[in-house]
Write a protein that binds this ligand. Sequence first.
Ligand code: SAM
Length: 270
Amino acid sequence: MKVISEQIGHILIIRSNEDLCKLRNFAEEQLSKKKHIRTVLLQTNKVSKEERVPSLRYFMGEKKFETIHTEYGCKFYLNPAKVFFSPRLSFERQRIANEVNKNEKIINFFSGVGPFSICIAKKVPSSVIHSIELNYAAYQYMIKNIEVNKCNNKVIPYLGDALEIVKKQFINYADRIILPLPMLADKALPLAIKSLSNEEGIIHWQISEYVGKKENKNDLGKIVRQRLERVVKESKLKNKIIIQLIRKIRSLSPNIAHIAVDLRVEKTKV
Ligand SMILES: C[S@@+](CC[C@H](N)C(=O)[O-])C[C@H]1O[C@@H](n2cnc3c(N)ncnc32)[C@H](O)[C@@H]1O
C-alpha cells in the first residue's frame, strides 16, 4: 500500500490513491502505534496557488487542527489547513542558519509562519531578519512564533506582498536574501539583487525544475545553470552571479525537484 505521510506536531497528514477502507486501517494503526500522533488529516492533490496551503480534510482522531511543531529547539505554532509548513525543509533551514555571520541584515521574502527566520535568529542572535508574508493566518502565527521563540527585535514581521514591500523599503539594504518560494523565484530574483547592499551579497534561491527520472548531480548543475542564464538574459541583469551551491531539497513529484541554489552576487559582470 502506497501512502505518503508527513507529521507536523501531533498531526499526521496522509496522501494516497488507495481506497478509503485501506486508508482507515492505516490511520487506525498509526494512531494506536504512535502515541504522539493524535489527529489524521487527508490531503487531496490541490494546493492553493499563491499561499501554498494544501487542501486537507479531517480523517480520524482528535478534531484539533492547530498544533505545535518542534524542530532543532524551535517551536512553531500553526494550522496546516490554513498555512504552508513542511518539516522536510528542516535541514535546509539549519543549513542556511549555519551560513549566517554575525550582525547580518537579512530579508526573507516569503516567510510563512517564520521557520527560516526564527532558526537563523536562534543561531545568530545579532542578525536581524525582516520577514514578509502575504497570508494573514501565516503572518499571525509568525508573530506568535517570534514571541514563543524569544526572537522579538530579531525577526521583524511584515504583512503584505514582498515584491511591493521590498521595492518601497529595502532597496540597497541587505547582506543576505532568502527566497523560499519556487513559484516566484524568477520574478523575485532581480528585486532581490536590488535589495542587497551595493547589489552584493548572498541569495538563497529556491526553484522547482523538471529533472526527469534519472537525475544525477551533473544534470542538476546543468539544469540550474541554464535556468539562471535564462533569468539573467530575460531580466537583463548586469551583476556577476556565482553559483556557490546546488542541492536537491526534495521531490515535488516523480519528475520535479525542489532545488536550493546559493548565489553570490557581485556588482559588475566580468
Ligand atoms: C512555500 S511557502 C514557504 C514558507 C516558509 N518559508 C516555510 O518554509 O515554511 C511560501 C510562502 O510565501 C507566501 N507568499 C506567496 N506570495 C507572496 C508574496 N508575493 N509576498 C509575500 N509572501 C508571499 C505564501 O503565503 C507562503 O506562506
